[in-house]
Design a binder for this molecule. Structure first.
Ligand code: G
Ligand code: G
Ligand code: MN
Ligand code: NA
Length: 255
């Protein structure tokens, strides 16, 4: 397929760009973190969103060099933002696919990038999906523990869409749950869903996990989530994913 052939070339050509979506403190609106979201600057198709190529990258194995590209550029951007606003340095949250996490030397490459950029480990979060945590894989758990022991944070992306059984949460090596947009979408219209979401937030608190709610689009979403005990969120209500040169301006405007 053409897109797949082009993707290999795009990695050689450095034809990607990162956008950054603010992760905010729901009560104050202050930016706490940024999620790095990759786009492909395709010569013929323009800016291609990740939904159209991440899966192809996964299947072909190109996700490993692409993921390395994302990690390097996200860490560099985080170091720049930190230098610009040392008092409010936002953490950088990077999506890592299962295949990338499992690739040989992944954890070492994370540490090498942090060292190269001079970024404190505490300012990096990796977002993984629940599927990585299934099956009690020793290598995965060891990798997560090594990262977390060094200060890197780990969050479960799209929480609630996978095979989540709430019962596994007490024994996984993570810091944060990212509550999937599909939950947030329903809380304003369904009291049952809102109860469920509040229950998840309370359970997370008991387990000392932070919760970041995704896809917040309205003030009502924001208020219901705050009332439910959720401290952090992201979504179009606050900001869309922003080009790098728009991030500091957004942050200044929300302080
Ligand atoms: O804005 P949005 O269309 O950017 O992102 C769509 C999906 O693509 C999200 O599920 C997101 O997790 C995924 N995605 C975005 N950037 C990356 C990336 O750098 N690596 C991986 N593995 N997934 C990404
Ligand atoms: O799956 P993941 O959580 O990594 O991806 C985040 C995705 O959600 C990105 O595609 C991002 O552009 C999108 N997104 C973020 N906030 C909103 C929102 O408020 N509404 C909608 N519809 N999509 C959002
Ligand atoms: Mn994500
Ligand atoms: Na998500």
């Amino acid at each position: 397929m053409q897109l797949r052939a082009d993707l290999g070339q795009a990695i050689t050509d450095d034809a990607f760009v990162l956008h950054f979506q603010p992760i905010v403190d729901l009560a104050t609106g202050h930016t706490r973190g940024l999620e790095a979201l990759v786009r492909w600057q395709h010569p013929a198709r323009g800016l291609v969103p990740p939904l159209e190529f991440i899966e192809i990258a996964e299947e072909s194995g190109l996700i490993v060099p692409l993921g390395d590209w994302v990690l390097r550029h996200a860490v560099d951007a985080a170091a720049k933002f930190r230098a610009a606003v040392p008092e409010q340095a936002p953490y950088m949250s990077v999506n890592v696919s299962v295949r990338q996490f499992r690739s040989a030397g992944f954890v070492s490459r994370v540490f090498a990038e942090l060292a190269r950029a001079g970024l404190p480990a505490e300012l990096l979060t990796i977002e993984i999906t629940e599927s990585l945590l299934l099956g009690d894989d020793e290598q995965i758990h060891a990798g997560l523990q090594t990262l977390r022991a060094a200060g890197v944070k780990v969050s479960i992306d799209d929480f609630g869409t996978g095979y989540s059984s709430l019962s596994y949460l007490h024994r996984v090596d993570v810091d944060t749950l990212k509550l999937d947009k599909s939950f947030v979408d329903t809380i304003a219209t369904s009291p049952q869903q809102y109860d469920l979401v509040r229950g998840i937030i309370q359970l997370a608190a008991t387990l000392q996990l932070d919760v970041v709610a995704e896809g917040i689009e309205t003030d009502q979403h924001r208020e219901l989530l705050i009332d439910g005990g959720c401290a952090y969120g992201q979504g179009y209500l606050f900001a869309r994913p922003l080009p790098e040169d728009a991030v500091l301006g957004y942050m200044a405007g929300s302080e």
